[in-house]
Design a binder for this molecule. Sequence first.
Ligand SMILES: NC(=O)c1ccc[n+]([C@@H]2O[C@H](COP(=O)([O-])OP(=O)(O)OC[C@H]3O[C@@H](n4cnc5c(N)ncnc54)[C@H](O)[C@@H]3O)[C@@H](O)[C@H]2O)c1
Length: 312
Amino acid sequence: MSTLVLGSSGLVGRELITKLAGAGHQVVACDVAKPVGSPSPEGITYVSADMSRLDQMVALLHEHEVSRIACFSYVMGPLMSPGFADFLGAQQVNIMGVTNVLEAARLTGVRRVLLASTVGTYGDQSLYGDREVNEDDVLAPRSMYGRMKALNEAVADRYRQVHGLDVVKVRPSSILGSGSTIWPSRLIERLAVGETGYAPYGPQARDNIVAVDDLTTLLSGLLNKTDLGHDTYLACGHNVSMAELVTLLGELLPESTIEYPADRNRAPTYAQVFDNSRAVKEIGWELKSVRESVCLHINGVRRDAGLAPLTW
Ligand SMILES: NC(=O)c1ccc[n+]([C@@H]2O[C@H](COP(=O)([O-])OP(=O)(O)OC[C@H]3O[C@@H](n4cnc5c(N)ncnc54)[C@H](O)[C@@H]3O)[C@@H](O)[C@H]2O)c1
């Protein structure tokens, strides 16, 4: 029996395979991109397969006797870029690919599928009022990315209802860790190597951040806990304003230059504050502080760039 991690060359996948293998699981690491990082740790088998091909997914699950799947493959960063135009390619992975994984899991009797969703499936904060948003709140995505994820969730719900497939939807917030393809890369990753950092939103805007190490600890718990109380979990860490984050980065990296967007009112297209108590209570999830999460991200980037770590 093995655990399949799809998207194993991505930010989340590469951390998750190491964590699962370290805990003694047989891990099949799958991506269309080459493996990232040091030589294969024990317990990890690397394979190349394309999620948009149902035949390849079914063959993979059979061949490796997969009992659990973490589905983290996606076209995300590029899709968020205003100039992105490969709508067909994105849908083949994000819509057909995710459905292929659910179908292959059903056909081969997989025990549990962990499906990566996002807080981008929620609507603007004003829809919920001045309070933290939780798993029971209505979804109202405004971005194409968020809408694709909401469709993935709806399909997953039907697989659960119609076929009894144990699909668990996980909605992470903005993940901090070396290899991010969204806004932390343009802020923290640039600062970590001495370049100007760009804050994604204006100073008063809030977003939620979670360290990739904390996120993968939660994912590991959700994959392996026998009886889960729910089928949806917010995988969120700390609610922070951009001003708080910029101030912290200025303290950690005093020589740095950070620019806000020209539109100082720019804010996420989704809600800005989230309640993670379901995951905290049910899985016993413990989180690093904001400061520790940011320091880890900075030094992870420096390690990958061959630079010495900083000390504080
Ligand atoms: N990074 C974040 O801040 C964040 C926040 C919320 C949700 N998420 C979600 O978490 C998941 C993982 O995020 P990430 O940051 O690790 O993404 P990532 O872009 O770093 O990794 C995605 C991986 O999917 C692979 N992939 C693409 N097409 C594929 C295909 N056809 N078959 C197999 N693999 C394919 C890519 O090669 C890549 O390695 C995604 O579903 C993402 O939408 C991420």
